[in-house]
Write a protein that binds this ligand. Structure first.
Ligand SMILES: Cc1cc2nc3c(=O)[nH]c(=O)nc-3n(C[C@H](O)[C@H](O)[C@H](O)COP(=O)(O)OP(=O)(O)OC[C@H]3O[C@@H](n4cnc5c(N)ncnc54)[C@H](O)[C@@H]3O)c2cc1C
Ligand code: FES
Ligand code: FES
Length: 1368
């Protein structure tokens, strides 16, 4: 074969943050992220999912066109982008946007100032996504924005981060930071921040914001690279098996070569995003990049339509479809616009920017990918051009989809979307119009979630001459992604409808036909739901045309110009100052009310989180960012896929090159005890000893030269199992009960019953007996997966860097496993990229496995778990089954409750035995009269469950509200009144919580409850919702107010404060910084407590304090960072240290003041040093009886709207009031409240964590596990942090915030249930029954779209149509 392009051989040239890189001999399957993280200092690019689903790895890619002298900038996911494809490009990571050395960018400073970075692991990706949006907007020729703003709109600013996941913040502050750049923002709408106070003028606000100049917004494409590109020194060579043909002839000859080589080892690529879905473990020999062939990049518009080259990215196709052009397509123009709108919901911007139209269609054709593109293009009669050898063939998209999988040497060249007017000139016929609409139902409205079903309908309709109705002249109905091989045209229904006058009965018949057409294949999840979606969409499309000509005639003849008909109702024409179509914003303004206190200044100030700016610039160092020591190896776990089986051996699948694999470590390599976690509550083995105990159990650890090699080896390992003579595994709590398989709860963790249950039942007017509830699990989804680095040290010592919530326990476990004295082990944790309980116990085996491998191999060993393995091994939240019996009076007052709870703890005890105590902390939140319970912690052959944020409390919150609602529905009375009547009085609180109830004045729930009713206009909105529900058939709303009472425990915690000679201060605490702001509060406390020495300069002490990493040999007895109280107890430990130091310094200060009139801090410290005053103090804070436990209070009101056609739930508004005592830092606490609430919302509404029948987790990535995104949080989110004043037994009167607010998210679930109830009431009325007596129904957790729709009636449309026909 001849040269493809030739100027520079064997090397790739590109720039990263302005730095030139020239590489030769690149393995063509190397991804950009691998290169950036392992071969450059730019570690800001984070790996979190590796499949394009999270945005943590996003970088800005800039391309220079030497002919046009233009730079094009766009984001891409570096985890999917192949390194060879960036030849000639400039890459900007967030360090290149701004950094601590050259100055932070306004984006980074604003994210910090809006308190928008907690653990910080998502922050670099967020910054780059926003940066790219600013660069793009500011390049447009839109009118000049106001000074200090960008040309970005608020809607665009929100959308900029819609593909980026954040597990900590709840998104609201991130969205506000983004919106602060938007030209059309109302500054008053922006949320709480460190720049201004509410009410200040816009001018002042703008002055205080880190400045932004939109004229400097562009990315800086390096001049050297421009020169090289101008000189033609571009692109590719054969040296690294990467080909970039620039003509079809070259492509043909390359493919011919492929055929000669039996066609197995060559891959065509465009964006390579397809590998996000179809993971490729083994790379290909050769790659052919199609991005340089002009025919594949074509965008040609003419009278007959638009032709789009297969290599055109989805983003560019969207632009082409929406751009004005010389050929006015009239009606077709709107069709194209709607196609483009739908395409905006495919994946996220950073995928659409590199993913191509051709790649998507080929995936759909060859591999049955549930494509949106295929469906919408099918509905408009798209054609495709296919090249096979020299032959180019034109097929309809339908033929293309139906033919056998495209041959590997065939290439999709382009697609052609016809313009309808050209196929049949209907524009002249004034009474004939086109109607077009597209649909998709997915867990996230904005995309980044595959649809359950998508559809697109094109119809030509005309008004009957006598105006009695609308006739459907012809139509094209396409459906896809519903569990079918490919998108299909519903031909039977099309034929049936053609020529028909649209009436209710015609619609009914069409729907009946559809029921027999849209049938998902066996094995598809939620098949009935998907079929019902098809019905819903067709109904939504046709029903406005049915039988109502008078109503519609005024608008429908306007064709696509009519907003009511032809524009998505969500899109409003709004000629704003930018003169563009303005999209509605995702979020409306929220309100944050905080009361900061000066009493213990700077404690109580809402100062931004320590390290937020370096988190935003990507300079914050997480465990996997620590440079590898030389000789470092990497590990990966081989886990069991069987729940209970003997392991006879491990081999590797053929095809695996053993290159780089160094060792396989298993139980036989353990010098000490086989422990992966050890505590007084029980041990857990590091590796399965002969018999694996659950799917996901650790069997062995492969060690290799690189993480990729280790992961590959682990995934290709074949475990030989033997199940002979083994008992069947226990895979449910019922089986555990049958086989008496329980963990014993130690007496000190057994909660007490309250009152006399039998007596309470005897007092009841009504009883509900043995009702059942079930709850599933939830995965932590920390953005940083489990990770550790172990480095052997001299004299049999080992240092382990671990992302860990309890380094002390990791330390003990490692020592025991390695058979070493504890002082030979050192565990260091600087920061954790999200924990939520998942990095407490679950991180310990990971650290221990690394330590063991390093110890055995005498080389450093590190691991960074891939998302799939992490999800399979994590265990997550405890599922449970609850049976309850409840007695109550006719007014709703409950007199007795009995609960039988079976908790699924999985195989190892972990910390599961704390669950009963935790559950009772919240189960007692109502006055049940008497409360009796039997809680069993079941041992099953499932991965062991661990504590997850609000462990037990969130389940308890659900249980209590479900019971209250059951009582209300049994009595047919308002749920809120049942809640009201069962709220505790102080006396009942005292009875249920004993001394933890504290003083009467501290019981703030009743006042919060009332205050929230008025601040959220609860009663007024309840009435408005009734009206809404009366006048809307297919949307229903619900509202719910719930309280929380949350018991927290305070644990002993150490601290150490040292003052250095220059007056700077270094602090160590037992707690670990997880993003919860612990370091910030500790700094504030240190500054406050040391300022009591009262000398000059103490007001600047905050700047002098540095909190350093947890180090288990430097500060012992660190304990666990868990249970919401570590920040306050760490603060208290620090305060004790400072008190000692102040005492020592005060004596000296008094002496010095006898000689001088005043004394400055630095002088005092220097003098103390010279006088040998001990400038270091350590302490162990041990809470007393009165301070060891207390109650947190709060309440929330949530309002939701459900779509009865799709089951989609939108949280319209949430109001929270939460008592933080006297907050140590209201900004940090606000972030905790919002973040916890949104994590709870995920649990209640979105996150399904299912397993297969063996207990192996099957939702193991971002494709199947859906945490909330910015488009699924409450549209309006109002939070007030109540400062409830003085609390004698608390740390400076403060109260915890990390977990309790999570339980309030149950309000969304309750509101959804209320809305569903309305839907069910309506459904019953359509069946002809007028007396709807409230029936009880269970709404699953999570209340996913299928679950909601099912309860609203999968066939509600058919019922409605039958009822309508019956009426007539
Ligand atoms: C996180 C994520 C979310 C997504 N969500 C959605 C969604 O909601 N809806 C949806 O429809 N899609 C979705 N997609 C799919 C996305 O649209 C495709 O991944 C993308 O369009 C593929 O384009 P590409 O250029 O990256 O293809 P590549 O990955 O480069 O190629 C894909 C496949 O097609 C082959 N191929 C590519 N071009 C040609 C050609 N011209 N001729 C012959 N073979 C070819 C390749 O060899 C490869 O096998 C999502 C993708 C990701 C990663
Ligand atoms: S790591 Fe690339 S998108 Fe998640
Ligand atoms: S701050 Fe976003 S994931 Fe932690």
């Amino acid at each position: 074969m001849g040269e493809v392009t030739e100027t520079r051989k064997d090397s790739l040239v590109f720039a990263v943050n302005g730095q030139r890189f020239e590489l030769s001999n690149v393995d063509p399957c190397t991804t950009l992220i691998e290169f950036l993280r392992y071969q450059t200092p730019f570690k800001s690019v984070k790996l979190s999912c590796g499949e394009g689903g999270c945005g943590a790895c996003v970088v800005l890619l800039s391309k220079y066109d030497p002919v046009l002298d233009q730079v094009e900038d766009f984001t891409v996911s570096s985890c999917l982008t192949l390194l060879c494809s960036v030849n000639g490009c400039s890459i900007t990571t967030v360090e290149g946007v701004g950094n601590s050395k050259d100055g932070f960018h306004a984006i980074q400073e604003r994210l910090a100032g809006f308190h928008a970075s907690q653990c910080g692991f998502c922050t670099p990706g967020m910054c780059v996504s926003l940066f790219s949006a600013l660069v793009s907007a500011d390049k447009t020729n839109r009118p000049e924005p106001r000074h200090g703003f960008s040309k970005l709109t608020v809607a665009e600013a929100e959308k900029a981060i819609s593909g980026n996941l954040c597990r900590c913040t709840g998104y609201r502050p991130i969205a506000d930071a983004c919106k602060s750049f938007a030209a059309d923002v109302d500054m008053e709408d922006l949320g709480f921040n460190s720049f201004w106070k509410k009410g200040e003028s816009d001018e002042v606000k703008l002055r205080r914001l880190p400045s932004y100049n939109h004229t400097n917004a562009s990315s800086k494409f390096p001049e050297f690279l421009k020169k090289e590109l101008k000189a033609g020194a571009t692109l590719v060579s054969e040296g690294y098996r990467w080909y970039s043909p620039v003509s079809l002839e070259q492509l043909q000859s390359l493919l011919q070569m492929n055929e000669d080589n039996d066609g197995t080892s060559i891959k065509i690529v465009i964006g390579n995003t397809g590998t996000g879905y179809y993971k490729e473990l083994l790379g290909y020999e050769r790659y052919i990049d199609l991005k340089y062939i002009p025919e594949l990049l074509i965008i040609r518009k003419d009278q007959i339509g638009i032709e789009i080259g297969a290599a055109v990215t989805i983003s560019k196709a969207i632009k082409a479809l929406t751009e004005e052009n010389e050929y006015e397509f009239h009606q077709g123009k709107i069709v194209f616009k709607k196609i483009a709108d739908h395409m905006e919901k495919i994946a996220s911007a950073f995928i659409r920017n590199s993913g191509s139209v051709g790649g998507n269609l080929v995936m759909a054709q060859r591999k049955q990918f549930p494509s949106d593109l295929a469906t919408i293009l099918l509905s408009v009669g798209t054609w495709v051009n296919i090249m096979t050898g020299q032959k180019v063939e034109q097929l309809s998209l339908e033929e293309f989809l139906e033919m056998p999988p495209l041959h590997s040497k065939s290439v999709l060249l382009s697609i052609r979307l016809p313009c309808r007017e050209s196929t049949k000139d209907i524009s002249s016929a004034t009474d004939t119009k086109l109607v077009f609409e597209t649909y998709r139902a997915a867990p996230r409205p904005l995309g980044n979630a595959l649809p359950y079903l998508n559809a697109a309908f094109l119809a030509e309709v005309s008004l009957c001459s006598n105006s009695t109705g609308v006739t459907l002249n012809n139509c094209q109905l396409a459906f896809g992604a519903f569990g079918t091989k490919h998108s299909i045209r519903a031909r039977k229904i099309e034929e049936f409808l053609t020529g028909k006058l649209l009436t209710v009965s015609v619609l009914y018949e069409a729907i009946k036909l559809l029921e027999t057409t849209i049938i998902p294949e066996d094995g598809t999840l939620n098949p009935a739901y998907r079929s019902s979606l098809a019905v819903g969409f067709l109904f939504e499309f046709l029903s406005p045309l049915v039988d109502t000509p008078a109503k519609i005639s005024s608008c429908w003849l306007d064709g696509y110009n009519s907003p009511e008909w032809f524009m998505d109702s969500k899109i409003k024409q709004n000629n704003d100052q930018l003169g563009e179509i303005k999209l509605p914003t995702l979020l409306s303004s929220g309100r944050q009310v905080i009361h900061s206190s000066k009493e213990y200044h700077p404690v109580g100030e809402p100062i931004p989180k320590t390290g937020a700016a370096i988190q935003a610039s990507g300079e914050a160092v997480y465990v996997d960012d620590i440079p590898s020591p030389s000789n470092c190896l990497h590990g990966a776990f081989i886990y069991s896929t069987e729940p209970l089986a003997r392991v006879k051996g491990i081999s590797f699948k053929a095809g695996l090159s053993r290159d780089g694999v160094t060792a396989l470590i298993s139980v036989k390599d353990i010098p000490g005890e086989n422990v992966g976690f050890t505590s007084i509550l029980g041990d857990e083995p590091l590796y399965a000893d002969e018999v694996t105990q659950c799917a996901g159990d650790r069997i062995a650890f492969v060690v290799a030269d690189t993480q990729k090699q280790a992961d590959l080896a682990a995934s290709l390992a074949v475990v030989d199992y033997d199940k002979e003579n083994l008992e069947p595994p226990i895979l449910s709590v019922e089986e555990a009960v049958a086989r008496c398989s329980f963990f014993e709860v130690p007496p000190f963790l057994c909660p007490e019953q309250v009152g006399d249950f039998s007596k309470g039942m005897a007092e009841a007017d009504h009883q509900i007996l043995s009702a059942e509830l079930k709850l599933g699990s939830q995965y932590y989804f920390y953005m940083e997966t489990q990770t550790a680095l172990a480095v052997p040290d001299e004299d049999n010592c080992i240092i382990v860097y671990s992302s860990n919530q309890c380094p002390e326990f990791a330390h003990d476990t490692i020592a025991k496993c390695l058979g070493l004295p504890a002082h030979n082990v050192r565990v260091i944790t600087r920061r954790v990229g999200g924990g939520f309980g998942g990095k407490a116990i679950k991180s310990i085996p990971v650290a221990t496995a690394c330590a063991l491998a390093a110890y055995k191999l005498k080389r450093p060993v590190r691991i960074y778990l891939n998302r799939k393995t992490d999800m399979i091994m994590a265990g997550g939240r405890h599922p449970m089954k609850i049976t309850y019996t409840v007695g109550f009076k006719s007014n709703g007052k409950i007199t007795a409750l009995k609960l039988d709870i079976l908790i699924d703890a999985g195989i190892y005890s972990d910390v599961s035995v704390i669950m009963p105590q935790h559950m009772l902390g919240t189960l007692r939140k109502y006055d049940w009269g008497a409360l009796s319970f039997d809680i069993k912690v079941c041992k099953t052959n499932l991965p062991s469950r661990s504590a997850m944020r609000a462990p037990g409390e969130v389940q308890a919150s659900f249980i209590t509200e479900a019971i209250i609602e059951h009582v209300a529905s049994t009595l047919s009375i308002e749920v809120d009144s049942v809640r009201n009547i069962n709220l505790h009085t102080y006396n009942s609180l005292d009875l249920f919580y004993k001394s933890n109830a504290e003083e009467l004045l501290e019981y703030t729930l009743p006042s919060i409850w009332d205050k929230l009713a008025s601040s959220s206009s609860f009663y007024h909105r309840t009435e408005m919702i009734k009206e809404f529900n009366r006048s809307n058939k297919w949307r229903k709303r619900g509202i719910s107010r719930v309280p929380t009472v949350h018991e927290v425990l305070v644990r002993p915690t150490p601290g150490k404060v040292s003052i250095l000679k220059d007056g700077s201060i270094v602090v160590e605490v037992g707690g670990v910084e997880l993003g919860q702001g612990l370091w910030t509060k500790v700094k504030q406390m240190t500054a406050y407590a040391l300022s009591l020495v009262q000398c000059g300069g103490t007001e600047e002490l905050l700047e002098k304090v540095r909190v350093i990493q947890a180090d288990t040999l430097s500060l012992i007895q660190g304990g666990m960072t868990a249970g919401s109280t570590t920040s306050e107890s760490s603060c208290e430990a620090v305060r004790l240290c400072c008190n000692v130091l102040v005492e020592r310094l005060t004596a000296l200060k008094e002496r010095l003041l006898e000689q001088m009139r005043s004394i400055e801090w630095e002088t005092l410290i220097l003098q103390a040093y010279l006088s040998s005053v001990n400038l270091s103090a350590s302490s162990l804070f041990i809470p007393g009886i009165s301070s060891a436990a207390y109650l947190n209070y709060g309440a929330a009101v949530s309002e939701v709207e459900i779509n009865l056609l799709t089951g989609e739930t939108t949280t319209l508004r949430t109001d929270i009031i939460y008592d933080c005592g006297q907050s140590l830092n209201p900004a940090v606490d606000l972030g905790q409240i919002e973040g916890a609430y949104v994590q709870g919302l995920g649990f209640f509404m979105l996150e399904e964590y299912p397993t297969n029948s063996d207990g192996l987790v099957i939702a193991n990535g971002t494709w199947t596990y859906k945490i909330p995104t910015v488009d699924t949080i409450p549209k309006q989110f109002n939070v007030e942090i109540l400062n409830s004043g003085h609390h004698q037994n608390r740390v400076l009167s403060s109260k915890a915030s990390g977990e309790p607010p999570l339980t309030l998210a149950v309000s969304v679930h309750c509101a959804t249930r209320a809305a569903i109830r309305e839907a069910r009431k309506q459904l019953v009325s359509w069946t002809g029954q007028n007396d709807w007596s409230e029936s009880t129904f269970q709404l699953e957790v999570p209340a996913t779209m299928p679950a909601v729709k099912e309860l609203c009636g999968l066939d509600s449309i058919q019922t409605f149509l039958q009822w309508t026909m019956g009426k007539k």
